[in-house]
Design a protein around this ligand. Structure first.
Ligand SMILES: [Cu+2]
Length: 435
């Protein structure tokens, strides 16, 4: 997020020129995703990219995650061909064809500044070198960035996450418990005063978490919010940091079980107040999302992406549920108004706003306008998580990391908890009493 100061303006200009170059390069490199539906293909045991771009990590319970990474000077870190292989699963299960950031949109409350940090403010060129200490226990990989050269910018490591599960038997004589571990993949990108940590987390239980952490420094040039749209930072009431929002977008191309023909479902639950003799009741309904949709989060509403072909050993369709984290939805722009978008996947539609790819003359350049009633045969999923940043004294200095993001939770991908210990494996469907 550049400041409106001179420094910010200069940086901005330099970056725009480079962004134009890169747009051409991206187009020449070919489409990122196929617009036509492809039949399900068997997923190779190893992600088919060269060794330097392969990430493979076995975690607790025998779960292995595999993927390919690449770096795009507009999107930053991109993860492709993400597969999940729990123990007892002979072949990896394809989850995502591609996953990446799709914009960080930063509008200021006073209306005087508004940035698209990815495609308009040089996010990709701000890739930071990481010291071993900020990738504890992991590997730092060199990333080739056009015009910058090699940056030691990609950290892959593992981190403990505490209990994966715990269960005591009735007699209190035995406890089944497991401590989980996550694979973490992250980069840090500096955009003027801000630094964004783009983090992907893959858990042994099949969960994926995507988060962006904002840190660095408040932009000094923004300490002018004396119009009631700022918060005093520093002694007394002189330096008012202007309030603003960070609207972070991700673009996900699912490819469950190797097919792009995933289906989208929306679930809503309606609660009815208790009748005289009973408790409150809840009715849950499923709505297939067959056409493009700009979705709004709501209490007791959720979405899932359902595999076109794959079923678990119980005969249930595999799916991943989208679990958004806390979000402030910003009503200021069409593309920030909604919490999730499902669009028919197109190679030229890659950024939620200020889409710099060529979609044809007069084509709209933001995700809200791509929702126009098309039938979803190859859905792209766009998640928008917003944070209204009203600065506080503690934001200096450096600013503590503020995280925003979402999870993708497996739903019926495996017939049981993928971490179920062998002596409980028989307890599927009707748990025995007294276990
Ligand atoms: Cu901020």
């Amino acid at each position: 997020m550049p400041s409106p100061s001179l420094i910010g303006a200069r940086k901005h200009g330099a970056v725009l020129a480079a962004a134009a170059l890169l747009a051409t390069a991206t187009a020449a490199a070919g489409p990122v995703t196929s617009a036509t539906a492809a039949p399900a293909a068997p997923v190779p045991p190893r992600a088919d990219c060269s060794a330097a771009y392969r990430i493979e990590q076995k975690l607790d319970g025998g779960t292995t995650w595999r993927m390919c990474w690449r770096y795009d000077t507009d999107s930053g870190l991109v993860l492709d061909k993400v597969t999940y292989q729990p123990k007892n699963q002979n072949t990896p299960i394809r989850v995502l064809t591609s996953a990446k950031l799709a914009q960080i949109h930063v509008p200021y409350d006073d209306g005087n500044a508004e940035y698209d940090d990815l495609t308009g403010a040089g996010f990709g060129w701000g890739l930071q070198n990481l010291k071993p200490a900020e990738c504890p226990g992991g590997t730092i990989t060199k990333v080739k960035v056009p015009e910058l050269g090699d940056v030691s910018g990609l950290c892959t490591t593992t981190r403990a996450r505490g209990h994966a599960y715990r269960m005591a038997n009735d007699e209190g004589t035995k406890v089944w418990q497991s401590q989980g571990k996550d694979l973490l993949v992250y980069t840090v990108n500096k955009v003027a005063w801000y630094e964004y940590i783009t983090e992907w987390r893959f858990s042994s239980d099949g969960t994926i978490a995507a988060n962006v952490g904002a840190t660095g420094s408040l932009a000094p040039g923004d300490y002018n919010g004396t119009d009631g749209r700022g918060w005093p930072i520093g002694h007394g009431a002189r330096s008012y940091a202007t309030s603003h929002a960070h609207n972070v977008f991700w673009r996900l191309d699912f490819g469950l079980d190797g097919s792009v023909r995933d289906r989208i479902e929306q679930y809503d639950s309606k609660v009815t107040a208790p009748s005289r003799n009973g408790g409150p009741t809840v009715k849950t309904t499923r709505t297939p999302v067959t056409r493009e949709l700009a979705g709004d989060a709501k209490n007791m509403r959720w979405w899932r992406v359902v595999s076109a072909t794959g079923k678990n050993k119980d005969g249930h369709q595999r799916s991943y549920e989208i679990v958004p984290g806390p979000s402030n939805t910003h009503a200021g722009r069409g593309f920030t108004k909604h919490d999730i978008y499902f669009t028919q996947s197109r190679a030229c539609e890659q950024f939620a706003s200020n889409n710099i790819l060529d979609c044809g003359r007069n084509a709209p350049d933001s995700v809200d306008k791509w929702v126009n009633g098309e039938t979803l045969t190859d859905p792209a999923v766009w998640v928008n998580i917003g944070f209204h940043h009203i600065a506080r004294d503690e934001d200096q200095q450096p600013m503590p990391v503020h995280w925003q993001g979402f999870q993708l939770a497996p739903r019926d991908v495996t017939a049981m908890n993928p971490l179920t210990p062998a002596d409980l494996a028989g307890q599927n469907g009707a748990p025995r009493l007294g276990s």
